[in-house]
Design a protein around this ligand. Structure first.
Ligand code: ADP
Ligand code: MG
Length: 686
């Protein structure tokens, strides 16, 4: 149960003044559902305004506060034209206050002719005239009435103004309770960080590194603590020791020998499985490194030991593909492998559920449907999670609650994570790395091409098809820009279909699963030659005959994501090519990133470079894939503060594993605050 004193923070935003049906939508777009979300919705930056006596003292582009007297109104000829209020400063300079949209009536009321007003806004120049477009504030009293001269700028969405957002933030802050201190006193003394509530308030008020660092540290500490508690609790759990005799693995007829890295990973897994403590292992390996066969070997060990295994995939497409691949590889072993997705209904589903319950199904592959309450296993002893980064720690834990005894867990990820972040995201797991590619892989010829040459690219595509090979065409899709992006992808699809006929299929996130799968199957089966897609092909898909990939607006993708996409080609024996179409004007960083893509195919190196190039901004491709490990902490803060938080969390757990001393109690609040409360639930008797 969440401690009561946090309730005001977890209340819905509906309770705040001014939040009605109109505001709910923009708030939701920003992910702001509760008071706490608003309190932690921190300004991106601050505007510093200068009070000036007249406009001669201000520069164009500057944020100013100035007294102006409205002299005249100018409405444009058409209804679309802006409404202008011509106003004069103390030195006789004329400045237009410009309003777009239907704001004329409102502007007239706020700015009566002949009456001086204090105006806050950005001074611009329009032709020969000075102007302020949509002044941020208009007040009839002194500059002080405009409030702070340092103003927060929040991330907002359509339908939500800065003024509104700031007012909501103030309400949320007023509701925030005082909380006991969970940070170690020595660290507080060294850093001079403010207490929690003061830090939150200060972070909305102005640039304040100490305050921001404290809030980031809280998040990192909550994360480390939760992961350590998971790890600790896992050690005390009882799993089933699985000792395989090799009889099934011996019947595997693989068309290749395993790489050294694969052998090592399998040996590590085999040793873990033989223990009573449940395995908690992450298999990290670049796209194409061969994780599937490692998973299969692990699952066969479970079956040899008389138990069942389940493989969880993040999407239907992937689940199907895994099912096909595993069935093919294991065909000589006599092992029964079933596929269960949300789409299976009625008899077929009943039959599978029966098989899982009576143990006639050895391995079950599927989407999260395989862990619904209605699904019971006879003896599930190993859970493999593919593309782990799609699932949070909380979900991961739910899955392993399934068996009577805790199943062993093997998580796999192809997202190469820089070392600093591996600790942050997977601190509770042991790690096996597949750092060696299967032999015979040809490097993918990667080129950066200007978007102006799209016509040439289409002709290259035509020649490519003549050789009987297939291709991908990837269009960007990000949440903030969804409708436009989708329209662009559909337009591209239509144009390519015009050129190449109906051998072109389209797959995107808003397509119904049946249609998506149908298109994927046509492509995978070779009946379609070109797959136009938004990033849904990012994970897993394996079509060796597809040897050309075009990525449109490549500069809009994260390096890690580009790398994952590119990994879809270069899977067969033919030479593969990846064309990165870039926009006309590129930032220096974007240029550097695309150049790196051309230079290296080492996912781990790309991840480290991505980290370096992005600086304090967002985490590695997480924005696009909808998963962000941290909301408050920036990369810089993670790099600087995470090791401290991790050590601190370890000390805390060593001294007070039940979190019962005063600081431990405070730390429980922290876990709830950052919704890492699964950590609390794992506490002994907690
Ligand atoms: P990922 O790690 O991306 O899941 P996969 O398991 O899909 O990679 O493997 C990629 C391809 O490499 C598959 O076609 C697989 O059969 C092949 N493969 C895996 N291991 C080896 C190996 N040791 N030698 C040659 N090919 C391999
Ligand atoms: Mg895979």
């Amino acid at each position: 149960m969440r401690p009561e004193r946090l309730n005001p923070l977890f209340a819905e935003t509906d309770g705040l003044k001014g939040v009605g049906p109109g505001l709910r939508r923009p708030l939701e777009r920003l992910g702001l559902r509760r008071v706490k979300d608003i309190a932690y919705h921190l300004p991106d930056r601050f505007v510093h305004r200068r009070v000036v006596a007249n406009l001669d003292e201000a520069g164009v582009g500057e944020q100013v506060i100035v007294a102006l007297t409205p002299r005249d109104y100018r409405s444009g000829g058409s209804p679309r034209a802006p409404f202008r209020v011509l106003a004069e400063d103390a030195a006789g300079n004329v400045c237009a206050l410009t309003y777009f949209g239907r704001n004329a009536g409102w502007a007239r009321k706020q700015l009566p002719l002949g009456e001086p007003r204090w105006i806050a806004g950005r001074l611009d120049q329009f032709g020969q005239t000075l102007q302020i477009v949509h002044p941020d504030h208009v007040a009839d009293q002194g500059a002080a009435a405009l409030g702070t001269v340092c103003e927060p700028v929040y991330p907002v969405a359509e339908g939500l103004t800065q003024t509104r957002m700031a007012a909501l933030a103030q309400q949320a802050l007023a509701l925030a309770p005082e909380l006991p201190e969970w940070i170690e006193p020595g660290l507080l003394a060294r850093t001079g960080w403010p207490d929690w509530k003061a830090a939150l308030q200060a972070s909305h008020r102005g640039e304040d590194k100490a305050a921001r660092d404290r809030l980031a540290y809280d998040e990192l500490l909550a994360n480390s603590l939760a992961l350590l508690l998971v790890r600790d609790s896992n050690r005390t759990r009882v799993g089933t020791p699985l000792q395989g005799d090799g009889r099934l693995r011996g019947k595997l007829a693989l068309p290749f020998g395993l790489t050294g890295a694969q052998r090592r990973a399998i040996a590590e897994i085999e040793a873990d499985l033989a223990q009573t403590a449940p395995m908690l292992r992450l298999l990290q390996g670049d796209v194409g490194a061969g994780k599937t066969v490692v998973a299969l070997e692990a699952m066969l060990i479970a079956v040899e030991a008389g138990a069942q295994a389940a493989l969880l995939a993040p999407t239907e497409i992937l689940a199907r593909q895994h099912h096909a691949t595993l069935s093919r590889m294991a065909s000589g072993t006599g092992v029964t492998i079933a596929l269960l997705t949300g789409r299976d209904k009625g008899r077929a589903r009943e039959a599978i559920l029966m098989g899982l319950l009576d143990g006639s199904i050895d391995i079950c592959v599927g989407t999260h449907a395989i862990f619904q309450d209605s699904v019971a296993y006879r003896h599930l002893a190993l859970v493999v999670i593919d593309e782990q980064h799609r699932f949070g720690v909380g979900q991961r834990l739910m899955l392993t609650q399934k068996g009577k005894r805790t199943p062993h867990c093997l998580a796999m990820t192809a997202t190469p994570i820089p070392r600093t972040l591996t600790l942050a995201q997977y601190g509770e797991m042991d790690v096996s790395r597949l750092d060696e590619m299967p032999p015979g892989r040809q490097p993918i010829d990667t080129r950066v091409v200007s978007v102006e040459r799209t016509g040439d690219v289409v002709e290259a595509l035509a020649r490519h098809f003549e050789s009987g090979q297939q291709a991908y065409w990837v269009c960007p899709m990000v949440r903030e820009n969804e409708n436009e992006d989708l329209a662009a992808a559909e337009a591209r699809f239509a144009a390519l279909q015009d050129r190449f006929g109906d051998g072109v299929v389209l797959v995107h996130g808003q397509l119904k699963p049946e249609l998506k799968d149908a298109a994927m199957e046509r492509f995978a089966g070779g009946r379609a030659k070109l797959l136009v897609a938004t990033t849904v092909i990012e994970v897993g898909v394996d079509v060796p005959n597809a040897t050309l990939m075009v990525i449109e607006q490549a500069e809009r993708f994260g390096l890690a994501q580009l790398h994952q996409l590119r990994g879809r080609v270069g899977r067969g024996s033919e030479k593969s090519t990846c064309l990165l179409l870039r926009g006309e004007s590129l930032s220096e960083t974007a240029r550097e990133r695309l150049a790196l893509m051309r230079e290296t195919q080492d996912g781990f190196r790309l991840a480290e470079e991505d980290l370096r190039l992005r600086g304090g901004g967002e985490l590695l491709g997480t924005r696009q894939s909808g998963e962000a490990a941290f909301n408050v902490a920036t990369l810089e803060q993670i790099t600087e503060l995470l090791p401290i938080a991790h050590d601190d969390a370890r000390l805390l757990v060593e001294r007070d594993g039940g979190l019962t001393a005063p600081r431990g109690e405070a730390a429980r609040l922290l876990l709830y605050l950052f919704e890492r409360d699964y950590g609390v639930q794992l506490l002994r008797g907690g």
